[in-house]
Design a protein around this ligand. Structure first.
Ligand SMILES: [Fe+2]
Length: 490
């Protein structure tokens, strides 16, 4: 093991953070070759640091011994500035889910790197395939990139990066069935001593839950945590399982009892706090959810300021607003942060959050700017999956949200109902995340005063029950149903 990786607390067994160990058995060139992957770099140091980088990305933490993600990247490219896979990985990550207008620099670097690497002709087959996948991501062709990563995975089933990206691209483009099929396709190639063995089951857990296989999903998730208790994704996958199967109390207790482990993750824990708050909302514990926003979710999401964290903060506030909770001035801080993303257009899922949060904060101008920019984006030169989806349903989504926030509930129903199936099936996000849009439609239908809309609200709830393959409504939906019927009878 190179000196770079030595940890005085944990040695070869792992890095001690808060008393627990993250894995640190970084593979050198020979180690990767044993897992079927060959690099063109002669540097063992660079290759080991690439493995360290992957562990941090996949387990959602920053390794302080290596200077976190940024420090590890720098050390890796210092060890071998021409390390092809290191360059492809870092540039690909910089291009993924970013606007080409705002993130032109890594795209330019990727083009230059590609031209040189292809003319040198030294890339291994593995690296060349990853370069093509990175170029597809840079061009916002998420479908094409996902297919390419799947191809790589078929050829190199123990490639954790291809697994990670095929999986997250599937989540990004609403390919729910693939969230189970992708990890299922390679799990037989892993043994308990293979890096990321448990994590493959964590990915499977989430995919099984999203496809309503709750019992199988829970077994996979428990297996993942049994193998590696600090796996943030596996905690998160189990939280989804409890949420989707209507077991909010078990979910809240599970996250509370394992917080010591998942709070050690540094890049994803805001989202697990969000899931904790969702359980509070399900259980009608609104004060606890609001306290969690003030103590954790608000500060974490605003400090980061990125689309994904902001979607968590905003979604929680909107859910509480729909429940009739007074959220005070909190919408304003989220809405202000969203103004930095009014021309990103990396995911329609985020743009909808931007819209309802601006309106909740009373900033109609920001929402108007968003919709004007969206129309320019649709007419413009950018290509890709998000543009296709936005062109189909982006404007009606923002207009429907606007009607709802204006109290024009019947118009909101007329605008949102025809696009809801497309929204739920094509935009980024888990079922729990995308449910915010179904909830807005549900509330609009229940409040419009039109009897056909009330029938629609009942139909939405019945369909939710059928689609989730549950015998009874989740606590939130049951509460809503009872309230709706009581108001209607009154
Ligand atoms: Fe989630």
């Amino acid at each position: 093991m190179s000196k770079t990786f030595e940890s005085p607390e944990a040695g070869d067994s792992g890095i001690v953070i808060g008393g627990s160990s993250f894995p640190a058995n970084w593979r050198d060139i020979a180690g990767w070759r044993a897992d079927g992957v060959s690099f063109s770099s002669p540097s063992n140091e660079a290759v080991k640091l690439y493995d360290a980088l992957l562990h941090q990305a996949i387990y959602h933490y920053h390794d302080p011994m290596l200077g976190g993600f940024t420090g590890t990247s720098k050390s890796m490219l210092a060890a071998d500035p021409d390390f092809a896979m290191g360059n492809i990985f870092t540039l690909g990550m910089d291009c993924f889910a970013t606007s080409p207008l705002k993130n032109a620099e890594p795209r330019k670097k990727l083009i230059d790197f590609s031209a040189k690497a292809k003319s040198d002709g030294k890339l291994t087959e593995y690296e060349l395939n990853h370069l093509i996948a990175a170029e597809l991501m840079a061009a916002e062709d998420y479908w094409g990139a996902m297919i390419k990563f799947e191809e790589i995975l078929r050829q190199f089933p123990r490639d954790p990066y291809a697994l990670q990206m095929a999986y997250f691209l599937a989540l990004t483009i609403g390919e729910t069935k693939r969230l189970k099929d992708i990890p299922s396709s390679i799990v037989e190639h892993y043994t308990p001593s293979t890096p990321f063995y448990g994590h493959v089951f964590g990915k499977l857990c989430f995919g099984q839950g999203e496809n309503c296989e709750y019992e199988a999903g829970e077994i996979s998730g428990r297996k993942a945590l049994d193998h590696f208790p600090l796996d943030n994704w596996a905690h998160h996958a189990l939280a989804h399982n409890f949420e989707e199967s209507g077991r909010a109390l078990q979910g809240r207790l599970f996250l509370s009892n394992t917080a010591r482990d998942w709070t050690q993750g540094t890049t994803f824990s805001h989202h697990i706090w969000w899931h904790t708050a969702l359980f509070h909302v399900q259980l009608g514990e609104f004060d606890a959810a609001l306290d969690l926003y003030d103590a954790r979710i608000g500060p974490m999401t605003l400090k980061d300021g990125g689309n994904f964290p902001l979607s968590d903060g905003s979604s929680l506030l909107m859910r509480l607003h729909l429940e009739g909770v007074n959220i005070g001035e909190r919408a304003r801080e989220q809405a202000t942060a969203w103004t930095n993303h009014n021309d990103d257009f990396v995911s329609l899922f985020y743009d909808g959050h931007n819209a309802f949060m601006s309106l909740l904060a009373g900033d109609r101008m920001a929402c108007t700017t968003l919709i004007n920019n969206m129309q320019e984006y649709i007419k413009g030169d950018r290509q890709g999956w998000n543009k296709d989806v936005t062109a189909r349903v982006g404007v009606p989504l923002v207009e429907g949200i606007t009607h709802y926030m204006d109290g024009e509930y019947s118009s909101a129903v007329q605008t949102l109902a025809p696009i809801m199936s497309e929204l739920q099936g094509s935009i980024q996000g888990s079922r729990a995340q995308k449910d915010i849009y179904a909830q807005i439609l549900l509330h609009a239908a229940a409040r419009s005063g039109v009897s056909s809309d009330l029938n629609l609200a009942e139909e939405i709830l019945t369909n939710k029950l059928k689609e989730s393959k549950l015998e009874k409504h989740t606590p939130l939906n049951q509460r809503f149903y009872e309230r709706m019927i009581a108001v209607h009878q009154h």
